[in-house]
Design a protein around this ligand. Structure first.
Ligand code: SF4
Length: 726
């Protein structure tokens, strides 16, 4: 056994060295995870400094202290092995069973003992993942705003109270000056149309209206008894009032996708919107996905109809979207978004505008199924699973204790609404859905049994390793009797999959000679008929069926030539392997390694503009001549950064790496339960210049789009750099 390590108090060497400013203020506020984390912070600091004792180092190589999961510091989802001492994740490496990180990877038949001694490669962000889990700015209790949206004033409230208020509505913010008499519609009222038969009959008849086989008048006569469920009986195609609940998310993978859809499907809203191509440019989607970039602005315009409630999960559109400041304007509009609740692990750059923030689990504390990528020849299903305990408050839903999470939100609302498909006998007699593992363990069992052959049972020795490896997890997360009961006869196969961090085919089975065995089974079209058949909703013209260059245009198809005048540099974005996402700033390894980014231009441009390395400049464009984010709380965030001249960029181009320049997520002061929590200025270091990106001159409140790829426009804006006096 490892010797017991003594927890340290905040302010001792391990913490101050990583610059956790004002840690004592945070630890004093029970709404923040820091109040629970000083032990973990110290242990990581020792590992980071190479100060783990011999016994502890040996412990890191033991199978029982090695838990396999999947990273989420970017969307690649590499397999990870998390090395845990006394319940603390002290080091992360790659999972050698997972071909994402090792070529050739170890077969699943290789012993857990041997695999524990093989560390495969992952990037710096993956290795820093646990520092995000132990981020002192993580919240652990439900926060409800006590000031205006975005003002940074909060109180912690019981989860049950938050769920009751969101479900029932009422004068929820009577304590906020100006909102004394504002009545918020609750989810119970928004869930208007509940009868599935009526739902189906109305949907079928809306289709007939679209096909001009039924008139609106005939529809109204036929459905007279249920017209009160519609948003607008004159426009049955808008659907039921249920659609006035909008759910939007950023990064979401298999498992959570199905869990969420179970709720939104039973609730009957059509308004579930992912972030599509926001973080990755026009890689995947076309045409249809364009509409999803407009969620916030559409809400603010009440177009085509107004909404009543918005729920956001793991997304930061105010930060990540081009012209994200337009999203801030939308989110602070109480008339157009009367209720906004968010799932987040910190008070983030978008969730700071919410009415309620419900803490979510870090990716090392929860479940997901990462799937694969098209470039992966091996058949894989990496499984993300809880490997460390969460600092989040433990709450009770459907009679079951569980740490706060997005699943707890769905379950808590489902319980109050009486939504079908949740609670007792949700999956059939004796099969309940009261907690996340009810859902996800069944998915793991599906993985175990998928394909021609099921995986083998875990051996007695492997079962012992499995149980020893989870002894640090609280009963609210891992309870062997409960897990075994959920899995039934599949229990030992589930253990086998979880012991390896997923299911992975062998290298040998993935190739037939020099050909891949798992071929892309569909036709690859150079001419995309489906894309051509779709029509641009704004211009009525067909999209392009073949790849071609199209200059940036507004939604009406006009080039914004006036925007270019006087702006001599072409703005594009890029990534550095040490940062890349809005969430990666919460990883102290990364932020200490790369405290800020730069404004990168060619040396010839620097010379032409009279700029030197390190000189501060502001990024301005035709649609943002002030060069700043208006945070709509009396504050602004200027887009000022330091110049970095280089020969590695084309003349005429200016760029910055993503992940810096935050105005929340630990970067700003806030008040929680009357205590001022000081932000760390380092968390706001560097520049984020998305607000310079063009606003569509026709729509006027949203960014421009790349009509070929269906993404927002990241690579088209022209800007100029304005010197800032030191
Ligand atoms: S952050 Fe790095 S280790 Fe994690 S998924 Fe992405 S590439 Fe893999």
């Amino acid at each position: 056994m490892a010797k017991k390590l003594t927890p340290v108090l905040a302010g001792q060497e391990g913490l101050s060295r990583r610059g956790f400013l004002n840690f004592s203020a945070i630890t004093g506020c029970s709404a923040f995870a820091a109040s629970k984390m000083s032990f973990a912070q110290d242990l990581i600091a020792k590992a980071e400094a190479g100060q783990l004792g011999e016994e502890e180092l040996y412990e890191l190589a033991k199978a029982e202290n090695t838990l396999y999961s999947a990273c989420l510091n970017c969307n690649t989802g590499c397999g990870i092995k998390v090395k845990v001492i006394d319940g603390v994740a002290v080091k992360i490496d790659g999972n050698p069973y997972n071909p994402f990180t090792l070529n050739p990877h170890l077969p699943m038949t290789e012993s857990l003992d041997r695999a524990a001694r093989v560390d495969s490669g992952i990037c710096p962000k993956g290795q820093a993942g646990h520092t995000g889990a132990y981020d002192p700015w993580r919240i652990r209790k439900v926060l409800k705003r006590t000031g205006k949206r975005g003002e940074g004033k909060w109180q912690s409230i019981p989860f049950a109270q938050a769920m009751d208020e969101i479900a029932n509505g009422g004068k929820l913010f009577a304590h906020v000056p100006g909102e004394e008499s504002r009545v918020v519609t609750g989810m119970k009222e928004i869930w208007s149309l509940r009868d599935p038969k009526v739902f189906a009959a109305m949907s079928e008849d809306v289709e007939l209206i679209r096909k001009k086989k039924l008139t609106v008048a005939q529809f109204k006569t036929k459905h007279a008894a249920n017209l009160h469920h519609l948003i607008d009986p004159e426009h049955p195609d808008f659907g039921p009032k249920n659609n006035q609940f909008v759910y939007m998310w950023g990064r979401k993978k298999g498992g959570r996708a199905e869990f969420d859809a179970r709720f939104t499907g039973a609730f009957g809203t059509a308004n579930t919107h992912g972030h599509t191509t926001v973080c990755q440019g026009s890689l995947y989607f076309a045409s249809k996905a364009i509409s999803e970039q407009y969620v916030g602005d559409s809400c603010a315009d009440a177009y085509p109809y107004g909404i009543k409630a918005l729920f956001s999960y793991m997304g930061a559109p105010t930060y990540s979207l081009p012209a994200g400041q337009t999203q801030i304007e939308a989110l602070t509009n109480l008339d157009r978004i009367p209720l906004y609740f968010a799932s987040d692990i910190t008070i983030g750059t978008t969730s700071m505008y919410a009415d309620y923030i419900i803490p979510d689990l870090h990716y090392m504390e929860r479940w997901e199924f990462m799937g694969s990528h098209p470039n992966m020849p091996v058949k894989v299903q990496p499984v993300r699973q809880p490997v460390i305990a969460s600092p989040n408050e433990v709450v009770t839903v459907f009679g079951e204790e569980q740490p706060l999470s997005i699943e707890a939100v769905w379950l808590g609302l489902a319980e109050r609404l009486g939504l079908p498909g949740f609670g007792k006998d949700a999956f059939g007699p004796g099969q309940d859905l009261r907690r996340p593992d009810d859902f996800y363990l069944r998915m793991v069992a599906n993985v175990a049994h998928d394909g021609k052959e099921s995986v083998p049972d875990a051996s007695d020795k492997d079962l012992e390793i499995f149980l020893k490896g989870r002894k640090h997890l609280p009963k609210s997360v891992f309870n062997v009797n409960r897990w075994q009961a959920i899995c039934g006869a599949s229990w030992k196969k589930v253990v086998y999959v979880l012991n390896h961090g997923g299911r992975f085919d062998t290298q040998e089975a993935s190739f037939k000679g020099d050909m891949v065995a798992n071929k892309w089974g569909k036709q690859v079209n150079l001419y995309q008929e489906k894309t051509w058949k779709a029509k641009d909703a704004f211009t009525g013209k067909h999209f392009f069926g073949l790849a071609r260059f199209v200059p940036i245009v507004n939604v009406m198809g006009e080039e914004p030539t006036a925007f270019m005048k006087g702006h001599d540099l072409h703005l594009v974005t890029q990534r550095d392997v040490r940062m890349t996402k809005s969430r990666t700033i919460a990883n102290s390894y990364l932020s200490s390694h790369m405290p800020e980014n730069a404004i990168i231009i060619h040396t010839s441009d620097a010379k032409r503009l009279g700029l030197r390395k390190g000189q501060k400049v502001k990024v301005v464009s035709a649609t943002n001549p002030k060069g700043e984010y208006d945070l709509k709380n009396g504050k602004t965030k200027a887009m000022i950064g330091k110049v970095l001249p280089t020969e590695t960029i084309r003349p005429g181009i200016v760029t910055f790496t993503l992940g810096h320049g935050h105005w929340a997520t630990g970067a700003a002061d806030m008040t929680v339960d009357g205590t001022v929590i000081k932000g760390d200025p380092k968390r706001g270091g560097g520049i984020h210049a998305n607000a310079a990106m063009w606003i569509d001159p026709y729509l006027k409140n949203t960014c421009m789009i790349d009509k070929v790829g269906g993404s927002v426009s990241f690579y088209d804006t022209r800007v100029k750099l304005v010197k800032v006096k030191a």
